[in-house]
Design a protein around this ligand. Sequence first.
Ligand code: ADE
Length: 228
Amino acid sequence: MRIDILTILPQLLESPFSDSILKRAQTKGLVEVHLHDIRSYSTNKHNKVDDTCYGGGAGMVMTIQPIADCIDKLKSEREYDEIIFMTPDGELLDQPMANQLSLKKNIMMLCGHYKGIDERLREKYITKEVSIGDYVLSGGELAAAVLSDSIIRLVPGVLNDETSALTDSFQDNLLAPPVYTRPSNYKGMEVPPVLLSGNFKEIDKWRTEKALERTKARRPGLINKGEE
Ligand code: ADE
């Protein structure tokens, strides 16, 4: 899989991709992440990438030219399955969306800033608009990092057995059950005895019960999500 991220702040995105699982995915050759500085595509003599809003009003709008040139160049090099714009008015990211995107080959992500991007860019190039939650970030970069992380960890071979995504919260519309590790007694706080019993049928049953209990208490809407 290849992810191309278009941003005016490439340095902001360097660290999330240089550590831990996202780094390992790239070192293993399973995923390529390329950051593109939109400003370097600007033909303006001051490398401007934004301008005032037609019709008046506060806030700047990202201009068409540098973004269009960057997208056109990338599209001339390979076909993209999705060109995603990170925006608070996009479709809400959830686990099924991450699952679907993890099957794609080439994905572009465009990070917005200021008041947004010129609407004509959205009409011409964008195939999917994604929000990571109902709140407004200063720019799309952190959202693109979140979306990338949710996708990359699902690419086959990225996680090993111990970190397997199959037991994640949300994979079966349930939150994950509680987990424990050594010691079995910490200052009088004990691990549920069933987990020490070695009876895997009982352990599975206990985990399912706890996952259901937790989901009902915290996210009841998830339980019938498929039917909503
Ligand atoms: N850009 C600003 N806020 C955002 C959000 N909540 N999701 C995606 N992109 C954003």
